[in-house]
Ligand binder design. Sequence first.
Ligand SMILES: Cc1ncc(COP(=O)(O)O)c(C=O)c1O
Length: 496
Amino acid sequence: MKSFSLKLDSDTNIAKYLKIAQAIRQAIKQGQLKPKESLPSARHLAVQIGVNRHTIMAAYNELIAQGWLEAKPRSGYKVVEHLPIEASQALASKNRLSDNGHSTSAAQFQWHFAKQPVVVKASEKNASDYRFNFSGGQPDIREFPFKEFKSYFSHACQQPKFEQLSYGDNQGDAALLEQIAIYLRRVRAINDKELMICNGSQEALYMVSQLLLQAGDKVAVEPLGYPPAWAAFKSAGAELVSVEQDEQGVVPKALAKVLVKGGVKLIYLTPLHQYPTTVTLSVGRRMEIYQLAAKYGVAIIEDDYDHEFHYDSQPIAPFASDDPLGLVIYISTFSKLMFGGARIGYVCADQVLIKQLAAYKTLLNHKSNVLVQQAVAHWMRFGGFESHLRKMTRLYHKRRDHLVALLAQYQDIGLPIKFTCPAGGMAIWLDTGRSVIGLKEVLLTQDVYLQTEVEFNVNKHLAKDAYRYIRLGFAAMTEEEMAQGLDKVMQALYAI
Ligand SMILES: Cc1ncc(COP(=O)(O)O)c(C=O)c1O
């Protein structure tokens, strides 16, 4: 029985016997103690380290329980016989850092990805990290009533509903389902669909794709659209087929031509405020599209991502409000009214589909965070949600008008910009009259975040001059910030 040195962890939060066990384990792994080798008696080691004998025995017992040591009658404690220490040491030494500080590649585990995420992040930073944030979909989080919301959270914690805090109820918290159903009936006239709560609408897009699409299926999309939705479709093996859009949105005749060829399983649309162009799809076109979907047996995903913010009139009713065949999958989110990190989205669809989605959610995450759902339900029930909604609609309306006025001034000095004032939403789609390739990268270096047509166009290989638009979000900045940021955008574009 040899004596050996133990290096004890200095962390005072770890119990002494555990530190000793950890050090012995390390000594075994490093070959200081070999399989079958005896350990010092508890009394002996206790004297060596200066601790109580019982502490050493607790450490030994811990290592017995973990399978590193065994206790033999009359011969004390030993390292267990069958430990493949040498092979482990050989692997570890291969993996040791080389002189330049990097792991030697021979020892490094190689990952072989069967799939890659299809959305590429353009910048390491988030849009909100930039001083001037023209991101088209981001709300002004500074305006969120955190203090008030805290009380709804406390309410959920003070009166926890134990039966709802475990697994199950994948479709969503009953109180929130009820509140959203009431809300959708009132503001979007949706009343004959089943509802489900998701971790943001992206989760709904992903789950719908996984359930309804397979390799080789086609999804009809507009050439200018929402890349995260495309990524969800592609992740299920589907192919995107772009359908012509004009200044009024998707063209029904062009859709008919695509559908007649066959293979299309889904049509993805953002009809209220087309993403990214902001155009509202007319009632006439909606009827034609619905009839086509019915004729060819294709479901429509209606992404109603920012219906809360419509300024000039009541927003046009969604496809989902008049869906006699039940082929519309209506998706929306609280990411615009709250913030993206809240991860509250919802999907309204035929009961058969919702039941399958709820079952599928078990594979991903079982259910959305119950406390957040309950807090939002209280917020909706006690009126805070409504008053925040009214406040933000007024604020964004003002900001939209301010951005329109600023852009009009630039037009007055002769810049070749063109735009249509959007009836709602959080962004303006601006024709700059010149190529916007490289513009985003230049502006990022000046603390300005915006997105250009390059990011929204399904066709990535058009001529350089074909990409002329930028999407100017007006929600996330004050009027002064917007004016200063826009000045930088115009300088970068026209060197004024
Ligand atoms: C077109 C569109 N759909 C959906 C979403 C919302 O996604 P989520 O609910 O996952 O935050 C956004 C947000 O930017 C969007 O622009």
